[in-house]
Design a protein around this ligand. Structure first.
Ligand code: ADP
Ligand code: ASP
Ligand code: MG
Length: 406
């Protein structure tokens, strides 16, 4: 008998019929003899609807109250699935974050899980129940409700699997697994059978939202094998596991895009020591994560500084910068119509010239590059949002469709 954690995403629980379909799948697994803990997301579109409601009331809603609101989506789907399971004749019990003591820090909207008390779940399993857990939510030390960031139910699932020492964590979604790029954007995308935690972390951080980054980090830390698969068929999906020699050594294993960042430019700031610290210190204190940064060559003692932040946080970042009188910027511009496109592959560690080849493809497609950043196993560029689809398809063709194994 194994202990399996299954997670169902928004589309998979998007209607009562789909919830009944999930209940049938969970019941079938139970009848095969497994112990099951099922983590659920809010019904498709619900979290967006709640975000928009708060936005209607004010531009920058209070973060604590916003989390109370957003966490409600998962309360509904969790209870509905528990009811659907009971209707199949099985014993089932729902748990919200505070009932499982999913403790997080107090970073509202992007809280990190610190600990989970697995004892109640274990008791419930011993009583023969199927446990249904609300994803995406936690409670901080003062019992405030927190949420884990968009896509956070993946992280809830892997954290619960780690806390229970489960045999595996199955992430059920609306695609058959992790693909070489988003299959909904690029029909030539190919399903990957096995991918290392390391590459998956990079794909997720560069925008492949099929798994939240933090879920893969936890999987790697606690050695939880993650199986990403479809909730609509029984096909084998993608295993996210430790790197091994059976994995295809490819130069580029994935192409990703991210439309969730905005670019902020500070024009004409004085070019002097300490300036970057004066700007990025307060932004970090406001809990805004800065991704790419470029500083132009200085002319007449001033320079332009451009950086990217999550779109959801750019108003906060601009407010912080505007409050810094000592910066003396001549102006601030914001561009939220950008996209970051990246190529990822562990093969890049040992092969030169990949970035140059990427730039050549983009130049052939007449796509202007606004920013560039590289790491050992990825190259990213910021481009105009309108050119994103073309860039992804061209890069996929160059590096994946026309590529042989190394
Ligand atoms: P869920 O609601 O099940 O959590 P998400 O919408 O969060 O599902 O994630 C699944 C979606 O991720 C897919 O529908 C697909 O469009 C998108 N996606 C982006 N990049 C990839 C990729 N490389 N492989 C698979 N899916 C991807
Ligand atoms: N419901 C949350 C979201 O839409 C969490 C999740 O789906 O994983 O981001
Ligand atoms: Mg998701």
């Amino acid at each position: 008998m194994s202990l399996v954690v299954q997670k169902y995403g928004g589309t998979s629980v998007g209607s009562v019929d789909r919830i009944k379909n999930v209940a049938r799948r969970v019941a079938a697994a139970r009848e095969r003899g497994d112990d099951l803990v099922v983590v659920v997301s809010a019904m498709a579109g619900e979290t967006n609807r709640l975000v928009a409601l708060a936005q209607e009331i004010c531009d920058m809603p209070d973060e604590r109250e916003r989390d109370v609101l957003l966490a409600s989506g998962e309360q509904v789907s969790t209870a509905l699935l528990a009811l659907a399971l009971r209707a199949t004749g099985h014993k089932a019990r729902s748990f919200l974050a505070h009932q499982m003591r999913i403790r997080t820090d107090n970073a509202y909207g992007k809280a990190r899980i610190k600990s989970i008390d697995a004892s109640r779940v274990r008791q419930s399993l011993r009583d023969g129940e199927i446990v249904v857990v609300a994803g995406f939510q936690g409670v901080d030390e003062d019992d405030n409700i927190t949420t884990l960031g968009r896509g956070g139910s993946d992280t809830s699932a892997v954290a619960v699997a780690a806390a229970l020492n489960a045999d595996s964590c199955e992430i059920y979604t609306d695609v058959d697994g992790v693909y070489t790029t988003d299959p909904n954007l690029c029909p030539a995308a190919r399903k990957i059978d096995h991918i290392s935690y390391e590459e998956m972390i990079e794909m997720a951080s560069m925008g492949a939202k099929v798994l939240q980054i933090r879920s893969v980090e936890l999987g790697m830390k606690f050695k939880v094998p993650i199986h990403v698969r479809s909730s609509f068929n029984d096909a084998e999906g993608t295993w996210v596991v430790e790197e091994d020699e059976t994995m295809d050594a490819l130069l580029v294993s994935g192409v990703t895009y991210d439309k969730d960042e905005a670019k902020i430019t500070l024009l004409g700031v004085p070019d002097r020591p300490g300036l970057a610290a004066q700007i990025f210190g307060p932004i970090a204190e406001a809990n805004v994560v800065v991704d790419m940064i470029i500083q132009n060559a200085s002319a007449a003692g001033t320079t332009d500084l451009t950086f990217t932040v999550p779109k959801a946080d750019y108003k906060k970042a601009v407010a912080v910068v505007e409050g810094l009188e000592s910066i003396q910027a001549k102006g601030i511009t914001v561009d939220s119509k950008i996209a970051k496109v990246s190529i990822i592959g562990v093969g890049m560690r040992t092969h030169a010239g990949v970035a140059a080849r990427m730039f050549k493809v983009l130049s052939r497609e007449r796509i202007n590059i606004e920013m560039i950043s590289t790491s050992e196993i990825k190259v990213s560029v910021v481009i105009d949002e309108k050119q994103m689809e073309k860039a992804v398809k061209a890069l996929h063709q160059e590096f994946i469709e026309n590529q042989a194994a190394l």
